[in-house]
Design a protein around this ligand. Structure first.
Ligand SMILES: NC(=O)C1=CN([C@@H]2O[C@H](COP(=O)(O)OP(=O)(O)OC[C@H]3O[C@@H](n4cnc5c(N)ncnc54)[C@H](O)[C@@H]3O)[C@@H](O)[C@H]2O)C=CC1
Ligand SMILES: O=C(CO)COP(=O)(O)O
Length: 346
């Protein structure tokens, strides 16, 4: 009797153990998502008090108030505990990416995929977070999870679809299979650049849309800004090598629409306050919730200038955020720019 070859293991089997770095809103929501998909999940948070609360009360009341964990998570404040996982989800603010990967490298060697879940560009260098993975690990594969997905919705188990892009199609597919559940539907992609730039830029554009709403400029202005913002996002992403279908997909247009239209977005809400006449320096001094677009605006403009890409909305947001440009002047400057073709990059 001839023996039939053993079936290839299901791809998801290689990602049974998932480590999530970051005990904020999104990290906790993604940890719950992975657990709902049947994975064994270790969630790392740097704050021992928060870790103790999550263990004892099955809640993260600081970042996800009112939500009780419906799945078991192993919660730790020892980063080294993450090193035994098969795949790592990195879910702290974008600007912390390099430091955390370095810290992980000091604790041991990481060779599995690093799934980047933050949305931003490194300020000092203009590098994408996937470039940082290349520099700070010994050959770990960079992947990106991005799309229209508020942590609160995902944690509550509301239906969500995202893009998971990885350098190889096999890894992207295996990660999708590892994280998918009835309420969480990931789509696989190999456009790591496109998935990252969409997420980073939509945060900046959401600040602009929030400002328009805060200033009560009307629904027409909000739609115009979203569409012209999408043109900016597309120009910069394509100059960096992104694919068009990624930009019109979940991690591009999908996330832009969500974030540019909802007060549930922290970036939109930050912009709303600017539109109501508050200044960014005051908002920053007051602390408050993370608005990644405020960190990304200036570096996006610098990157655009380097690549010869015109980013007028990002420029205005950058000046509002970095130089306290008043909303009245911001609107006037945008509307009185020289007329141009709708299609071209001047
Ligand atoms: N909240 C959301 O709905 C979504 C957030 N994201 C992205 O995920 C990233 C994280 O966002 P959230 O979890 O929402 O933010 P958050 O403000 O809720 O939590 C951030 C977490 O990172 C930790 N943290 C900050 N600096 C750190 C450092 N240097 N080392 C270690 N931990 C540090 C904080 O203590 C906190 O636990 C952002 O880039 C955001 O754009 C993406 C999709 C959805
Ligand atoms: O990225 C998000 C939704 O996809 C979350 O947006 P905010 O960071 O603006 O809240």
């Amino acid at each position: 009797m001839t023996q039939s070859p053993a079936p290839a293991p299901a791809p998801a089997a290689s990602f049974q153990n998932i480590a999530v770095i970051g005990g904020g809103a999104w990290g906790t929501a993604l940890a719950l998502t992975a657990a709902r998909a049947g994975r064994d999940v270790t969630l790392w948070a740097r704050d021992a008090g928060l870790v103790a609360e999550m263990r004892a009360r099955r809640q993260n009341s600081r970042y996800l108030p009112g939500i009780t964990f419906d799945e078991d998570l192993t919660v730790t404040d020892h980063l080294a505990d993450c090193l035994t996982a098969d795949a790592l989800l990195l879910v702290t603010p974008a600007q912390t990416t390099r430091d955390l990967l370095r810290e992980l490298g000091r604790l041991g060697e990481w060779r599995g995929p690093v799934v980047l879940c933050a949305k931003g560009i490194e300020r000092g260098t203009g590098q994408m977070l996937s470039d940082i993975v290349r520099e700070e690990t010994r050959g770990a594969e960079a992947a990106v999870l991005s799309g229209p997905s508020f942590a609160d919705d995902v944690a509550r188990g509301l239906p969500t679809a995202v893009t998971i892009a990885a350098q190889t199609a096999d890894t992207a597919r295996a990660l999708c299979e590892a994280l998918a559940s009835p309420a969480f539907r990931p789509y696989a992609s190999t456009d790591v650049t496109g998935a990252q730039i969409g997420g980073a830029l939509k945060n900046v554009l959401a600040i602009a849309c929030g400002a328009v709403v805060g200033r009560k400029l009307g629904a027409s202005a909000q739609a115009a800004l979203t569409a012209r913002g999408f043109a900016e996002l597309t120009r910069l992403a394509q100059a960096l090598g992104a694919r068009q279908e990624t930009l019109t997909g979940l991690s591009g247009l999908g996330d832009l629409i969500l974030t540019c239209s909802s007060t549930q977005s922290r970036n939109f809400s930050f912009g709303l306050e600017l539109g109501q006449g508050r200044f960014a320096s005051d908002l920053k001094a007051a602390g408050g919730k993370l608005a990644e677009g405020a960190h990304t605006a200036r570096i996006a403009v610098t990157l655009g200038a380097r690549l010869g890409v015109d980013l007028p909305i990002c420029q205005i947001v950058s000046r509002m955020v970095e130089e306290d440009l008043p909303i009245r002047e911001a609107v006037s400057e945008l509307m009185t720019r020289p007329l141009k073709s709708e299609m071209t990059n001047p």
